[in-house]
Design a protein around this ligand. Structure first.
Ligand SMILES: Cc1cc2nc3c(=O)[nH]c(=O)nc-3n(C[C@H](O)[C@H](O)[C@H](O)COP(=O)(O)OP(=O)(O)OC[C@H]3O[C@@H](n4cnc5c(N)ncnc54)[C@H](O)[C@@H]3O)c2cc1C
Length: 429
């Protein structure tokens, strides 16, 4: 049985580990945190949204970036301080506009494919993750933005998604709790939401049950891979700072390290140009009956404010948004949280915001907004990373893709089809 190291225990690393186990591999996951899903997969927007598959590489985004540069509360904020990484990434981001249509269609297909993998994992392993299968509603107060969205619909349709236009009256019928003067919206019944943190944690437990080794507090310092095959992982134990770093050898390594993937890829001779695009979320604790009744169950995407919502069970409402280009900075800034609180009070006046939990995370974003899934230059090196704004949505599909590719390269006979039945038997034996 070939041994595979997975670097990172976020949603991409844990889904990759799970799929590799299904293919019969001996899997070890390394993460520098004490638990799974403590970085970007901690408190995101919650949307599993094929309907949000549009990539951002288009002139309107570039113009907004420049226009909003000095507005601290803008949904998209590019800090003017230059860095070589930011400038080179921005240049590639602008160039990727030529693939805007192709990449939007490809992301839509991937997002649709991912749904069944994700649901199947939760169902097979028997865990809940506050999933709400009530669709995602995009709302517009500006005619111009609504017209642009109608154009995007053509691309989503080409990718296989059904997203229908709805009138203001239909918006009120789909989610009566929302407040606004909408000109129209789009509703995607097949999209849904769930808690990424709960999902990742429960799936990590399932990986352990199925024989994976999860090394937490393991800060990976060096990845090495020979031209002839094989890879090694050198890591420091964060619980024992005085100890020497340890090295373990594997048949292959998969890098799923979020924003750290760029640095680790460089050690392996690959360029994976991820930029950390910061976003914020606010979890509103729905402590009283009035707030619980006034908070939406249908997931919302307010296109102008670029804010999404997800109802996480009866007692929590998650709001998320903003994109900030400020490097590897995880500070939670009041000026970025305020618009989320204000938006919640404006759209859902009956929801009390007296108990909220702010959070900031870094989206591991490639310039063309497509995840990097596949081989590196050296034979034992693989990537499933760079998922940017849609890692939760896409992880189920990309994990299957990379696990199948690794299985193919080791000529391992897969133990199971997507049902996983043979693997289950093998694991139970
Ligand atoms: C505000 C916000 C809202 C979002 N909303 C949505 C949404 O609604 N829908 C959606 O689909 N996506 C959303 N996303 C995007 C999604 O959350 C990410 O794409 C996804 O979480 C990325 O997962 P990951 O596994 O690649 O990275 P991470 O979750 O960051 O995992 C990487 C892991 O690698 C580990 N690591 C890194 N370096 C090392 C090292 N040297 N040694 C050991 N371990 C290491 C880290 O500890 C971490 O656990 C949102 C993101 C943000 C910030």
């Amino acid at each position: 049985m070939a041994s595979i190291a997975v670097i990172g225990a976020g949603i991409t690393g844990i889904t990759t580990a799970y799929k590799l186990l299904k293919h019969g591999f001996d899997v070890t996951v390394f993460d520098r945190n004490a638990y799974a899903a403590m970085e970007t997969s901690f408190a995101n927007g919650g949307q599993l949204s094929a309907s949000n598959a549009e990539v951002w590489n288009q002139p309107a985004t570039f113009l907004k970036g420049v226009k909003w540069m000095l507005r601290k509360d803008a949904p998209l904020l590019v800090h003017p301080a230059p860095s070589w990484h930011k400038l080179s990434w921005m240049a590639e981001f602008v160039l990727a506009a030529r693939d805007y249509e192709t990449n939007t269609i490809a992301t839509t297909r991937l997002a649709i494919e991912a749904r069944r993998h994700l649901l199947e994992m939760a169902e097979t392993e028997g865990f809940a993750f506050d999933a709400e299968r009530r669709g995602i509603l995009h709302v517009y107060e500006s005619r111009k933005e609504f017209t642009h969205a109608a154009g995007v619909n053509r691309l989503l349709e080409e990718g296989g998604l059904v997203r229908r236009a709805v009138t203001p009256q239909e918006i009120a019928a789909i989610e009566p709790r929302i407040n606004g003067r909408f000109v129209g919206g789009f509703f995607t019944e097949s999209d849904f939401t769930g808690d990424i943190h709960k999902f990742t944690r429960r799936l990590a437990e399932a990986c352990v049950r199925h024989g994976a080794t999860l090394r937490f507090d393991a800060d990976v310092r060096v990845l090495a891979a020979a031209e002839t095959g094989g890879a090694s992982v050198t890591y420091a134990d964060r619980r024992d700072p005085a100890a020497e770093p340890r090295t373990e050898r594997f048949d292959a390594v998969v890098v799923c390290a979020g924003t750290a993937s760029r640095k680790l890829a460089r050690q392996l001779g690959d360029r994976v140009n991820i930029y950390p695009v910061k976003g914020y979320s606010l979890t509103v604790n729905l402590d009283d009956a009035e707030s619980r009744a006034a908070a939406p169950y249908v997931s919302i995407l307010d296109d102008h404010a670029k804010i999404v919502t997800s109802r996480l069970g009866a007692d929590r409402l998650r709001l998320a948004g903003t994109a900030e280009f400020a490097g590897e900075n995880r500070d939670i800034k009041a000026a970025r949280i305020r618009p989320l609180v204000d938006w919640c009070r404006m759209r859902f006046p009956g929801v009390s915001t007296d108990s909220v939990v702010p959070w900031a995370g870094l989206r591991p974003m490639m310039p063309n907004m497509m995840p990097r899934v596949g081989r590196g230059r050296r034979p034992a090196v693989f990537y499933n990373t760079g998922h940017g704004h849609l890692g939760w949505t896409l992880a189920g599909a990309t994990a299957e893709m990379i696990a199948a590719e690794i299985a193919g390269s080791f000529r391992n006979e897969p133990l199971a089809g997507s049902s996983g039945s043979r693997r289950q038997e093998a694991l139970a034996a």
